[in-house]
Design a protein around this ligand. Structure first.
Ligand SMILES: Nc1ncnc2c1ncn2[C@@H]1O[C@H](COP(=O)(O)OP(=O)(O)OP(=O)(O)O)[C@@H](O)[C@H]1O
Ligand SMILES: [Mg+2]
Length: 326
């Protein structure tokens, strides 16, 4: 589907979606907020404004019906968990269409946690945002009756071993292959060492990066874009939060290596503190996995990396160095 087709789908779906949401479709103007066309998915987020009201319409056109329903169910379940909670939330769904793979929800007046971190100015303020985001995750997970089973990291180990093999064989598939192999060995050791420990599984957010949390001017933290994952260790959400942080912050052009390491160490501490007294088990093995996943997805040749990818690689390597010294 091209940009044009995607936008046409949005325009074609809007009258029905608006009617389901109890809105007068013709009174609203649609403005694209964000869209992404990739082999693995085509998504578009539109803002609809009219009659003094603003809503968000999100389209996930290539998602299967089942995963779409699972995401919707995860969003609705989370919304119920946060009902009446001050300072934390999930936007209300106004309409959903499985055939159109579309959701209409309340527009959040605020910015993403990523933008809040970028605007924070110094490390201490950046870490307050992380801590607040971890507090949101804690509320999502807390008191959920999860099955407690031994965690074996089988899928993760298999993937890390495959990436390591390619890097070691010099296939030119991974950036900084020697450092990658070293990090992969540490990751394998961390996962092996933690393997077999009983870890409760809870309904996690599933994609809790800094761009999937939004912060209103009054400080309220809201989660969006639920991946609807099956029950996982709570640490999966915190690992995602910290690895997306490290993939962009602190700006490698602005800090020394030592200052960056101190920032990341403090970021982990602030996240753990924001999450609560009892740390989600298995955070470190999952962080090793998530950082290698980011690393191996960066183009191997320096000349083929854009600025974001270069920054992501630098961040993954710095986080590996920090975890290595833990
Ligand atoms: N309810 C909302 N209120 C305000 N802005 C929103 C809302 N939902 C989404 N957005 C904006 O649109 C962006 C993309 O939304 P979302 O994360 O749901 O889409 P996505 O395509 O799945 O994103 P990604 O691929 O980055 O995970 C958000 O980062 C946010 O800036
Ligand atoms: Mg998102």
């Amino acid at each position: 589907m091209s940009d044009e087709d995607l936008f046409q789908h949005v325009v074609d779906s809007w009258p029905h979606l608006a009617a389901c949401a109890g809105l007068d479709a013709d009174a609203f103007d649609l403005t694209p907020v964000w869209h992404r066309i990739e082999p693995d998915g085509q998504r578009a987020v539109f803002r609809a404004h009219g009659k003094g009201r603003t809503v968000i319409a999100k389209f996930d056109t290539q998602l299967g019906a089942r995963p779409f329903e699972a995401r919707l169910a995860a969003h609705l379940a989370a919304r119920a968990r946060f009902a009446g909670v001050r300072g934390l939330g999930v936007p209300r769904i106004l309409a959903a269409s499985v055939p159109a793979r579309a959701l209409v929800m309340d527009f959040i007046r605020g910015r993403t946690a990523h933008d809040a971190v970028a605007a924070a100015g110094d490390a201490a303020r950046r870490h307050v945002v992380l801590s607040d985001c971890a507090g949101w995750a804690r509320h999502l997970h807390d008191g959920q009756l999860g099955q407690k089973g031994a965690m074996h990291y089988r899928g993760q180990l298999q993937r890390v071993r495959a990436w390591r093999r390619d890097a070691a064989e010099g296939e030119g598939t991974v950036a900084a292959p020697r450092a990658f192999v070293k990090a992969a060995d540490r990751a394998i050791a961390a996962m092996d060492g933690a393997s077999g420990a009983p870890v409760p599984r809870v309904p996690v957010h599933g994609d809790l990066g800094l761009r999937n949390l939004m912060i209103r001017a009054d400080g309220t933290v809201l989660g969006i874009d639920f991946a609807g994952a099956s029950p996982q260790p709570a640490a999966a959400d915190l690992s995602r939060l910290l690895t997306t942080y490290a993939s962009f912050f602190p700006d490698p052009r602005e800090v020394t290596r030592a200052a960056a390491a101190a920032d990341l160490r403090e970021a982990i501490r602030a996240t753990e503190e924001g999450y609560g007294k009892v740390m989600a088990p298995g955070l470190r093995p999952l962080m090793w996995f998530d950082l290698l996943k980011l690393w191996q997805a960066v183009p191997a040749q320096a000349g083929r990396r854009d600025d974001f990818q270069a920054r992501r690689l630098a961040g993954a390597r710095r986080l590996a160095a920090v975890l290595d010294q833990d």
